[in-house]
Structures are given as structure tokens and as C-alpha cells.
Design a protein around this ligand. Sequence first.
Ligand SMILES: NC(=O)c1ccc[n+]([C@@H]2O[C@H](COP(=O)([O-])OP(=O)(O)OC[C@H]3O[C@@H](n4cnc5c(N)ncnc54)[C@H](OP(=O)(O)O)[C@@H]3O)[C@@H](O)[C@H]2O)c1
Length: 358
Amino acid sequence: MAPIPKGGTVAVTGAAGFIGGWVVRLLLDRGHRVRACVRDATDEAKTAFLKAMPGFASGRLTLHSADLDNEGCFDEIFKGCHGVCHVSHVSDYNDADYVRRVCDHVIASINAAGTVSRVIVTSSIAAVISEVDVQELVKRPVCYEDRYPDEQNPKRTAERGQGYSIGKVIAERAFSDAAAASGEWDAITVCPGDNVGPIQSAHQKEMGPWQHNIEMMLLGEYYQNGAYRPWMVVDVRDDAECHVQLLTSVDVKNGERYIAWSTETRNVEDICASIDRLLPELGHDTPEVTDPFPERVKVREKELRAIWAGCELRNDRMRAVTTVRFRSMDESIVDCVESLISIGKVVPKLRPGHSVRS
Ligand SMILES: NC(=O)c1ccc[n+]([C@@H]2O[C@H](COP(=O)([O-])OP(=O)(O)OC[C@H]3O[C@@H](n4cnc5c(N)ncnc54)[C@H](OP(=O)(O)O)[C@@H]3O)[C@@H](O)[C@H]2O)c1
């Protein structure tokens, strides 16, 4: 199907979120018209940063209330749109029927509009790398777009917190199947890595999880990452740029997925220490990373770290169809920390003699 045209209109779900907010900003920067979909457009704490964007004053950016749990929620909003970036979370990833139902709500509104030619579906690297049995990563260590988690493992249950990765796979397939059936639009999936970078609104510091984890480091508390997995990062601005460029690319086809990560990885203790290395003026009182895992996990630390170190992260496909050049994690950490302090009003734990300037 055709990419969206120059100046075309794009609806963005989850527009008040960390990634969605940047997708809105970059679309406006590229000259598009944007319909920002939030659950409550009157919630100033979440929407003031959108209303402060210059495109809002002229009317090029409009805000719309919609809850994707409700059938027909986007019918009016998508009418006349050329593209949709479906960035938003859903309320429950562990209930596969619910996930399919809310996908159907969005899909029905796309079909009803009759004007949409491209939909970008935000999935996750969880739908690439999240395994109940880490030995799967030893068997299949190359993390690229054709890799899916082992979906058949009997230990993969919602009770074990495996709903997110499979919920994302279900959503990816629901959209590409619906697009194929329609023949009128393409569904292209983005699988973002761990997003770090600047927040645009104070409420986003509690979301994430990655920017929230950096907030906690600033506050003097931080916990080891699950299964000692290193962060596999993408700057939130680069992730948004990937979304925007996939809307306008002539080289993508329905059903394709593209991973958005820089391929840089870093252990959590290194990230925590990076704050003081990168911003020595701040005087961050670097906390010890605490390890809350039970002994049976702790004894496997070396093995688990080695498995992750053996994984190969690839972003060849994203680089082939976009011009995005991924930022280094150091840049993302600096911008994240400064935004958490200046926009999020986080008061970091500092060494004696240091204070945050107001
Ligand atoms: N952050 C990451 O590192 C990361 C990594 C991989 C994938 N992703 C994916 O990227 C997407 C965005 O993540 P994010 O970090 O930007 O999340 P976020 O900051 O938590 O924002 C998600 C947004 O989803 C909206 N939302 C949740 N339930 C909704 C519903 N029932 N109806 C309508 N909107 C709903 C919320 O809207 P309101 O604020 O209006 O209530 C929220 O602003 C998600 O799909 C996530 O799975 C994120």
C-alpha cells in the first residue's frame, strides 16, 4: 500500500505516553497533521505538554478522548486520516481474548475510516527475546525480526508474567491479518528496545519502566534487572523517528516487523554509575544496586549474564529502510536525567555539598 503523503494526517494512540508523545512531536516537526488520542483530553497533568506544542495553537494538532476498551472508540477520530500509529498500551496483556477484542476495536475504526493506508503497530522486543526457558537464547542467540519467543513452552503462562510478550505477538498478527484481509492498508510492526531519553511531561517519569528506573537511581534506590538482563536500549526520540519514517517508507510491506534498538547493551550497575560519570557536576550519590532475587536465581548470575552476553542484537532491517542513526546510550542517559530533574522535578540524592539549581 501507499505510504502516507506529505503533510498527511496521522492519528497517534497513547499520545500522552513516553513514546507516543515523541511520535506526535516528530510528526508535527515533519509537517504532518496529528490527531493525538488520549484517554482523557481534559486531564491537564497528562495533556498540557501536548497543548504546549506549537501545532496545537494553529490547529494542526488536535486532541481526542478515546478508550480503546470501547467498541467504535476511534470511528470519528480516524475518519480522513492517512496513517495511524497505534502506540498505546492495553489494560491487560494476560487476557488474550481481551487483547484480540481491543485490536478488533482499533481495526474496525481503521476499516470504517476507509482513508487509512498505513498503520504502525508498536510491539516490543519482548515479542522477540522474552523466553521462559533462557536456554532458548543459547539455541537461538541472534535477536532479529524473524525471531519469536518459543510460544509453545508449557511453562509460558500468564501466571508467570508471560502475558506481555505473547499479547504483543497476538496484536502484531491481528493487525497484519486484518490489513491483508482489507487490501486497503498495511500494518507494519515496530519492536522497540528499552526506551531511555527525555521525558516531556512530569507524569511520564512514573511510566516506562526504564525512565522510571533512572528516576529511582537518582532517588538512591535501584534493583537488579530481572534475570540479570542488560538493558537493550533505544533513545525514545530515535524510536519515534523509526515510527515516523516507517509511515512514509516505500520499501515496507504489510506484516513486516522492524526492531528499534541501537544494539548497545549495558548492565544496570553500569547505568547507575554512568550518571555520575556523565554529569559529575550534579554530584549524584551513586547507590549500590541491590539484588532482591532468591538464592536459586543468585547462584545462576554468572550463567545468566553469559547467556545475555552471547546474544547478538541486530537492527540491519531498520537501518536498511530508514535513515535513523541511533544515539549512544550516554546521550540518552544525560537527557533522561536532566529532563527528570527539570521537567519531572525529581530531587536526586546528592553527595554532601551538592544541590540542584532551581
Ligand atoms: N517504554 C519502553 O521501553 C517500551 C519498550 C517496548 C515497547 N513499548 C511499547 O510502546 C508502547 C508505548 O509505551 P510507553 O512506554 O510510551 O508507554 P506509556 O508511557 O505508559 O504510555 C502508554 C499510553 O497508553 C495509553 N493507554 C493505556 N491503556 C489504554 C486504553 N485502554 N485506551 C487508550 N489508551 C490507553 C495511556 O494513555 P493515557 O495516558 O491517555 O491514559 C498511556 O499514555 C506500548 O505499546 C509499549 O508496550 C515500550
